[in-house]
Structures are given as structure tokens and as C-alpha cells.
Design a protein around this ligand. Sequence first.
Ligand SMILES: Cc1cc2nc3c(=O)[nH]c(=O)nc-3n(C[C@H](O)[C@H](O)[C@H](O)COP(=O)(O)OP(=O)(O)OC[C@H]3O[C@@H](n4cnc5c(N)ncnc54)[C@H](O)[C@@H]3O)c2cc1C
Length: 411
Amino acid sequence: MSPENIDTLVIGGGQAGLATSAHLTQHGVAHLVLERARIAERWRSERWDSLVANGPAWHDRFPSQLFEDIAPDAFPGKERIASYFETFAKKINAPIRCGVEVTALHPLPNGGFRAETSSGVIEAARVVVATGPFQKPLIPDLVPVTESLTQLHSNAYKNPDQLPKGAVLVVGAGSSGAQIAEELQRAGRQVYLSIGPHDRPPRRYRGQDFVWWLGKLGKWDARAKEPGTEHITIAVSGAYGGQTMDFRRLAAQGVVLLGRANGFADGAMVLNEDLAHNIAQGDANYLSVLDEADAYATAHALDLPTDPEARQFAPLPGCVTDPVLSLNLHNHEITSIIWATGFAMDFGWIKADAFDEKGRPVHSEGVSTVPGLYFVGLPWLSCRGSAFIWGAWRDAERLAGIIAARAPVDA
Ligand SMILES: Cc1cc2nc3c(=O)[nH]c(=O)nc-3n(C[C@H](O)[C@H](O)[C@H](O)COP(=O)(O)OP(=O)(O)OC[C@H]3O[C@@H](n4cnc5c(N)ncnc54)[C@H](O)[C@@H]3O)c2cc1C
């Protein structure tokens, strides 16, 4: 049987794939989107039940579609986000096939690609890979797997009832780890939270959300992380109406803060002596956003209320001034570890010379070094905003323009 042919094949039916489809349609480029499961599958099955967007509804969306049933300053839940993309796909009449996985992608000798899928072979002149910024959960090889200890990555955490009775160690205090730790603590669990280097911008300042400030300060458009900040995560939250991620508050609620986990010996997690430093660095980041916001407000004569309380910190809790450096899991009745330790990319199925030695795509703002191959939705693809909903939209718009200039356009 001869393979099906299409000009442009988009792989992945999350926000990045749908945004690409919308823009390809606008340019009249014949294309097909393949999604191995359902539209926005990761929002449905790889996030915890109570997750809400980290940005308010007015911000975390495509420019052409509002969250009509949600107040602009509220934070939509993950199911609502999935249904938003489902509605969007219908609205643009996206040529999407769900339940079809691309298992291998091969470049063809004379240009173009051959995609092996779970339902046959497709050949395409161009391919846009939109399989997600966060593909393969990373768990450091620290703690041996035993029956008496439940270990989960944050992408498999659903809710507190999923875990056996007992205390929980959450490793990693970016947005996922910090939010999961707070949820578990509020559910009555004793929680230990291992905190590495992090940024923690204020949720709101002088009446404006931090996403608004980041826009005004040009930070969403930053083209690369500043040198030395590559491994710094960001702790923000839209949960409980949206609050600044304040580790002093978590400690006051009963969470025991710990330094970065760096080993495991004799049943105990070994923690770095870096907790106070990491908290201080997070505070400095927080204050720097306030300072930059104030400078911007002054320079642009913005009529915004002042917010002196935002600069007041509670004293450091005892767990920071006198940190635990070795945490025996049994003695502290810890029965679960949640690893909120990030993700890696997983492009092993793309059989093209398009990756560096760490398996990361080699590209210029999404245009691969392999002709006809494109990536969208990856962190820092063109700027800081690239992996976020509206950032993927912008990159997709630009890439679709590039593709349209090279592709035959439907009559
Ligand atoms: C916990 C968490 C919270 C987040 N919160 C926000 C937020 O509030 N606001 C925001 O803007 N961003 C947020 N993000 C970042 C980003 O918006 C999401 O990661 C989003 O899911 C990325 O969309 P995507 O379309 O690029 O990738 P994905 O959503 O990962 O979609 C990729 C799709 O490709 C499919 N796929 C993968 N491989 C194949 C294959 N071989 N063949 C066919 N299909 C395949 C998958 O099934 C999936 O549906 C969050 C990320 C995480 C992890």
C-alpha cells in the first residue's frame, strides 16, 4: 500500500500543535495533526487533580480565544484548560487525528520525511514536532526502590489520597513541588520539602499580577537565560486564588524546609547545607522584581497604589536557621517521596541528525538544522515565553509563516 502524503505533518495535539495548525490553515498550507491520545492529553492525565493555571485567564490563553466563563483574574483548572483547547480545535476545524502515535520519523534521501505511525505510514515534505516541552519525567537515581516506600514523579501525582498514610518528602520546590507540598500539608500530612535554587516572583504587586509586570519589564521576551541562572527554577502558583510562593508561610503552616537533596545513605536523605542560601537567593529575586517594577512605574508615571507590605518578610523559621542535614525516612514516618525534579526531552524516535550530544534539538528559533524539520513549544525556543500557552502561539505563528513561504499553498 502506498503511503499517505501530506505537505506538512504536525506531531502532537497539545497547545503548540493546535496553534501551529491554526496558523498553517491561515496560510493555506495543507497539513495534518497527529495526536497519540486526546487533544491536550498532558493537561488531562499528566497533571495533578487540583492544578490550576499559573497565570490568570486573561493571560494564559491564545489571543484569539477567551476563557469566556472565567473571570479574567481567576486561574482556570487543568480540565478547563483541556476543554479550552478542545473547543479551539473545533473552532478552527483542525485536521487532527487522535489516537495515532508517530513511532518513528525518518528523513527521506531526496528530501521530506517518512513517519511510521500506529496506523500506517505517512510521507510529508515538512514536519513540525510539537510533542511538548516536558516529555520524560526525571527522577535522580538516589533512593532505592522498596515496597515500603512510594516514589512518584510530580507528573504522576494526583491527590493526597493516592499516597499511603504517613509523612511525605517532596523533592524540588519549583512551581510543581511547592504547590504539591502545600496541598499535602493542607490535607493534614507532615511534609518535608527539599528546596534548591529558585526564583519566586510576587504573585501581585501594586495591584498587578506578576505576569503583567513581566510583560511590562520585557522579561517574557528575554531570548536566553542569564548566564549562571540555567538551573534556577521558578516557584509560582495560582492555587487558592493565587498567592506568592512564600516558603516562610509554608514553614509557619508546618512544612519542614530542607536544603537540596544530594544523596541517600543508611535510610536517610542527605541534604546540602544550602537552604538559607537558596531562601536568600529567592528573596533577592522577589525583591528585584519589586525594585524593577517600582522603577518602571516611576519612569512611566504609572498611577498605581503603593505596596510597602510586600517588602516585609517574616523572620526565618528554625528549619532554615538550624537545618536538618540528614533525614531518616523511617524515623520521620516518611512513606512517600514525590520527585518534583523536572523533565528531559525524548526524541529518540526521530531518526535524523538533528540533535546535540544531550539529545536536544539543534535549531534556530524552532527551525532545525535538518531542512524541513521544525520544533515548537520547547522551553526557550525563541524566548522565555516559548513553552507557555501564548508563547507557543507566537512561535507557531512565526514558524507557519516560514513554512508557508516554502510550501505550495492550497488553491
Ligand atoms: C505542572 C505544569 C503546569 C503548567 N502550567 C502552565 C500554565 O499555567 N500556563 C502555561 O502557559 N503553561 C503551563 N505549563 C507549561 C506548558 O503550557 C505545558 O507544559 C503544555 O502542556 C505544553 O503544551 P505543548 O502543546 O507544547 O505540549 P504537550 O501539552 O506536552 O502536548 C504534546 C502532545 O503531543 C502528544 N505526543 C507526544 N508524542 C507523540 C507522538 N510520538 N505521536 C503523536 N503524539 C505525540 C502528547 O500526547 C501530547 O498531547 C505547565 C507545565 C507543567 C508541567
